[in-house]
Write a protein that binds this ligand. Structure first.
Ligand code: UD1
Length: 436
C-alpha cells in the first residue's frame, strides 16, 4: 500500500475490512456521481502518448485510479494532484517513459492495466506486461488486443505469464476487424494507432461512451480520429501530440446503481452531475421496472414509482444496450420487485457470482445457463455476504440497503476499486452504514 500512498496522496485505504449495513432506511438527499472509472483509466494512459502535460478533471477517487497512478509513476511519469471545484484533478507529465519498469504486482491487481500495452509500445517501441488480473468474471481474453497490435506490425510473444511486444521500427496503421466489440481492445488499439504511421481502421469497434470520452481527449491532443460514437473508427496516425485538459464524463454505472438503491429503499435521490442519456437502454428499462428518473438542474432524480417496482426481463448488450456492469445491481433490485424477471448475461461467461450471495439474503433466483430467473419476494433479510467483483459488491450493497436487519459485506477491495467514497456518500443520504 505504501507505493499507492506515494502516487495518490488522496487514497486512504479504510482500515475497515467489512461494511455493516442496517437496511430499511430510505435514501434521501443528494448523492454526487463521480467521474467514470472506466473513462478515467484509459484517459490516464493516454497521457503516456505525449511528452506534454495532460490534465484530467473530475477523476474518481477509487482504488483502480490509485493503482494506475502508481503504475504510471513506475513508468516514469510525474503526477501532480489537486482537489477543487472540478473534483479530483491530475496533471500527468510523461516526458520520459521507462518501458522496462512496469510493476508486475500492480498489473496483477487490475485488468485495465492491459491498456498500457498499446500506449507504451507505441511510445517506446517495446512493452512487457504480466498477463493482467482483475475481476473474476470469466475468461476475459486479450487475444483481440494482441491480434490488433500484430496487425500493426508488432511482434508479440507470450511467455511465462508475460506479454512481450516490440515494434522497433514503430507501429504501422492497419485495418482491424474485432470479432466482438470489446471495450478494452478498442481502447488499446485506439491508443496505439494514434502514434502509428498511416491510417488505421477499427471495425466492429465498441462504442461505449467511455471510448468517445477517450477519443475526445486524444483529438484535443491533436490526434485525427473519425467515427466517434460508431462501430468504425478511422485514425490517421503519426501526428505529434500536444497536451490537453479534459474533464472525465460522469459515471453511468454509478448512476444506474444508485438509482436502484434509491428505488429499493423507497427513497428519493438527486444524483448530482449524472447524465440520464448515458444510461442507454438501461434508462427506459429502469423506468419500466418502477424506477422514476428525471433530468433535473444538477443531474438526475431517482425514486421508486408510487406503484412500486415490477419485474422486467433484460439481456445485457454492448452500448447502447443494457450494460453488463448494471446486471448485478438491477438483479438486486428485482429480488423484491413484483413478479418475475429473466436476466440474461451475454457479455461475460461467469457473471452470476452475486446470485448465491443474494440467495443467502432470501432472494428467489434460479440460474439456467446464461439466464437468471428472479422471482420477487416481499423482503430480503440480512446475512453475511461477500462481493466477488466490483459490480457484485455494489449489488450486495443495494440488497442490504433494502433488507431487514444488519448485513455484513466483505470483499470491500472490490467496492473500493470502482466506487469513490460510497460509504460516506450513502451515510450522507441517511443510510446506516459503517466500516468495521
Ligand atoms: C470493460 C469495462 C468493464 C465492462 C466491460 C464490458 C473497463 C476498465 N472495464 O471491460 O467494466 O464490464 O468493458 O462493457 O472499461 N474478449 C475476448 N478477447 C479480447 C477482449 C475481450 O474474448 O481480447 C471478450 C471478453 O472475455 C468478454 C467480452 O469480450 O467476454 C467483452 O470484454 P471487453 O469489452 O473487452 O471488456 P473489458 O474491456 O475487459
Amino acid at each position: 500500500m505504501n507505493a499507492l500512498q506515494i502516487s495518490a496522496p488522496w487514497w486512504k485505504p479504510d482500515s475497515g475490512r467489512s461494511l455493516l449495513i442496517r437496511g430499511g432506511r430510505p435514501l434521501v438527499g443528494t448523492y454526487p456521481i463521480s467521474g467514470a472509472k472506466n473513462a478515467a483509466l484509459p484517459l490516464m494512459v493516454s497521457a503516456l502518448l505525449t511528452p506534454h502535460l495532460v490534465t484530467l478533471h473530475n477523476l474518481p477517487a477509487n482504488l483502480d485510479v490509485a493503482v494506475l497512478s502508481a503504475l504510471l509513476q513506475r513508468l516514469g511519469a510525474n503526477l501532480s494532484w489537486s482537489n477543487g471545484t472540478s473534483g479530483l484533478s491530475l496533471t500527468i507529465c510523461a516526458d520520459r517513459v521507462h518501458a522496462e519498469n512496469i510493476d508486475r504486482e500492480l498489473v496483477a491487481r487490475m485488468r485495465a492495466s492491459v491498456l498500457l500495452l498499446g500506449a507504451v509500445l507505441a511510445r517506446c517501441g517495446e512493452a512487457s506486461l504480466p498477463l493482467p488480473g482483475g475481476d473474476a468474471i470469466g475468461l476475459r481474453g486479450i487475444d483481440f488486443h494482441i491480434a490488433g497490435l500484430r496487425a500493426m506490425g508488432a511482434v508479440v510473444e507470450l511467455e511465462g505469464g508475460m506479454i512481450h511486444a516490440r515494434a522497433p521500427q514503430g507501429l504501422k496503421g492497419a485495418e482491424i476487424a474485432l470479432p466482438l466489440p470489446s471495450v478494452g481492445a478498442t481502447e488499446n488499439l485506439l491508443l496505439a494507432s494514434v502514434l502509428a504511421q498511416g491510417r488505421s481502421v477499427i471495425r466492429n469497434a465498441a462504442r461505449e461512451p467511455e471510448i468517445t470520452d477517450l477519443a475526445t481527449c486524444l483529438i484535443a491532443m491533436g490526434a485525427r480520429i473519425d467515427g466517434l460514437d460508431t462501430h468504425v473508427l478511422t485514425i490517421d496516425g503519426g501526428a505529434t501530440l500536444a497536451g490537453a485538459v479534459h474533464t472525465v464524463m460522469p459515471d453511468r454505472i454509478e448512476t444506474g446503481t444508485l438509482a436502484c438503491a434509491a428505488a429499493i429503499t423507497g427513497g428519493a435521490l438527486t444524483l448530482a452531475n449524472a447524465r440520464l442519456d448515458l444510461l442507454g437502454a438501461a434508462g427506459p428499462l429502469l423506468q419500466s421496472a418502477g424506477v422514476e428518473m428525471m433530468v433535473v438542474d444538477n443531474g438526475v432524480s431517482a425514486r421508486r414509482a408510487a406503484s412500486g417496482t415490477v419485474g422486467v426481463d433484460l439481456s445485457t448488450q454492448p452500448y447502447p444496450g443494457v450494460a453488463t456492469d448494471l446486471q448485478a445491481p438491477i438483479m438486486a433490485l428485482m429480488t423484491t420487485a413484483l413478479g418475475a424477471s429473466a436476466i440474461t448475461e451475454t457479455i461475460f461467461e461467469q457473471r452470476f457470482r452475486h446470485v448465491d450471495e443474494l440467495r443467502r439474503m432470501g432472494a428467489n433466483i434460479i440460474v439456467r445457463g446464461r439466464t437468471a430467473l428472479v422471482r420477487g419476494v416481499p423482503a430480503l433479510g440480512a446475512a453475511s455476504v461477500t462481493g466477488s467483483d466490483v459490480r457484485a459488491a455494489a449489488a450486495l450493497v443495494i440488497a442490504a440497503l433494502g433488507a431487514h436487519g444488519e448485513t455484513v459485506l466483505d470483499g470491500l477491495d472490490h467496492l473500493d476499486r470502482g466506487y469513490d467514497g460510497m460509504t460516506a456518500k450513502l451515510a450522507a443520504c441517511g443510510a446506516e452504514v459503517r466500516r468495521v
